[in-house]
Design a protein around this ligand. Structure first.
Ligand SMILES: [Ca+2]
Ligand SMILES: [Ca+2]
Ligand SMILES: [Ca+2]
Ligand SMILES: [Ca+2]
Length: 417
């Protein structure tokens, strides 16, 4: 009986969909009006939602374009994608977040754009619990005698949160219900605190602030917030390989060297978390666009960019603090080698040595007078916030003591007189 009802419902929907599509007028050049586009899109998305559990070749070809792609990303950055009908049907039948299924996604929040940045009409469904955003791109079918003037061309499913994220020491404050795990709202709060760091000065609010309250006066001052910003937004991306190697490889490491250099990390936060980065879609232009382009069609739409920024912000916010205690100079001096092992593999690689060199070079710059990272603190002998001249001189002495011996081996190959 149930099967008959499903079959009848499917037939009715397919019939309704064919009614909402604009019948051929004989003039193929006639453009669809915005109202017509909206009607067709509503019919397609309604049909998609109603057929999702019983999607078969028949209902598939009514809804989807001949060259459809489906890209499905979960909250941990894992991607599944499909490009042919069988694979797409298979993929869409899989259950979504935990016990949720695509058929229970509420499509009443659907927003339609008849003209998007890519030139294709779009529809977006935002579902809050769980946090999912579903994007549909539509285009004209290849076949001229198709039953509908538009079909679902590219479908993207973005899940924004993960289950069973354990709250580390650094994140415990965000576990508001104290169950040891970070739920959706808690992950969101952590993400926001991470991204906004650098704008807040005031009373210590949580253990994150406590870590950066270097003089332990219960207050985050201008210098402490600069330090926190430096650690969270610049040094943390450098250490991403130690905690989330797949995220580092697939989403940040643009040159594919299995290493996030100090230069890459410095540019990363400003470029990616700058609202201009994700304000609209574009043809691949910026350095991170290739990483954000989830379906690799060389166009990054706004939803791909939003997902990218949110995923990275959440992952970075889940990382522990640097492996050195800045409030304890003895521990700091012992721990600086650990700190410079950015990928945490226990070895000091050539890339890491190069980064270390750049960070020392930075200290020597006349503009670098605040102690902002553990290396700065290492040379900050009087343990105030500033790198004074005599401390910078010590950096020279350090470099000389380390490298003077090696100078003998350098052959300069000077031209003969
Ligand atoms: Ca919790
Ligand atoms: Ca303080
Ligand atoms: Ca794309
Ligand atoms: Ca290493």
């Amino acid at each position: 009986m149930k099967k008959i009802i499903i079959l009848l419902t499917s037939c009715l929907l397919v019939f309704l969909m064919s009614c909402t599509s604009v019948p051929g007028t004989g003039s193929e050049k006639k453009e669809l009006t915005n109202n017509e586009i909206e009607d067709i899109i509503r019919g397609l998305v309604t049909g998609w939602s109603a057929n999702i559990e019983n999607l078969d070749e028949g209902s598939y070809s009514k809804l989807f374009h001949e060259r459809s792609t489906v890209t499905w990303l979960d909250g941990s950055g894992q991607k599944r994608s499909a490009r042919n009908p069988d694979a797409i049907i298979q993929l869409l039948r899989e259950p979504l977040y935990s016990d949720m299924s695509l058929s229970s996604i509420d499509i009443s929040s659907m927003q339609i754009k008849t003209q998007s940045g890519s030139g294709k009409p779009q529809a977006i469904i935002v579902n809050h619990n769980p946090g999912v955003r579903i994007l549909f791109d539509f285009s004209k079918p290849v076949s001229e005698d198709s039953d509908s003037k538009l079909k679902i061309r590219d479908l993207y499913i973005f899940e924004y949160y993960e289950e069973n994220i354990k709250a580390g020491e650094f994140q415990k404050w965000a576990d508001k219900n104290g169950n040891g795990y970070l739920e959706q709202e808690e992950q969101e709060e952590l993400y926001t605190a991470f991204v906004d760091y650098g704008a807040y000065t005031g009373m210590v609010r949580n253990s994150l602030d406590e870590y950066f309250d270097r003089n332990e006066d219960g207050f985050i001052n201008d210098i402490e917030v600069s330090y926190a910003e430096r650690v969270l937004h610049h040094d943390t991306p450098m250490r991403l390989y130690s905690f989330f190697p797949d995220i580092a490889r697939n989403y940040i490491d643009t040159d594919g060297w299995n290493h996030i250099s100090v230069h890459l990390a410095n540019g990363f936060f400003w470029d990616v978390f700058d609202t201009n980065f994700y304000s609209m879609g574009r043809r691949n232009m910026k350095i991170w666009d290739r990483m954000a382009d989830q379906n690799s069609d060389r166009y990054v739409n706004r939803e791909e960019l939003l997902y990218y920024v949110h995923l990275l912000g959440r992952k970075l916010s889940q990382m522990p603090p640097p492996p050195v205690d800045l409030k304890n100079p003895i521990v700091l001096h012992k721990g600086i080698q650990n700190w410079a092992d950015f990928d945490g593999d226990g070895k000091f690689s050539e890339n890491e040595l190069e980064d270390f060199g750049w960070l020392i070079y930075e200290i020597l710059s006349e503009f670098h007078d605040l102690a902002l990272n553990p290396l700065d603190f290492y040379f900050n002998l009087n343990q105030n916030y500033f790198l004074e001249e005599h401390e910078k001189e010590n950096v020279f002495i350090y470099l000389l003591s380390k490298y003077l011996k090696k100078l003998k081996k350098i052959s300069l190959n000077l031209p003969k007189q």
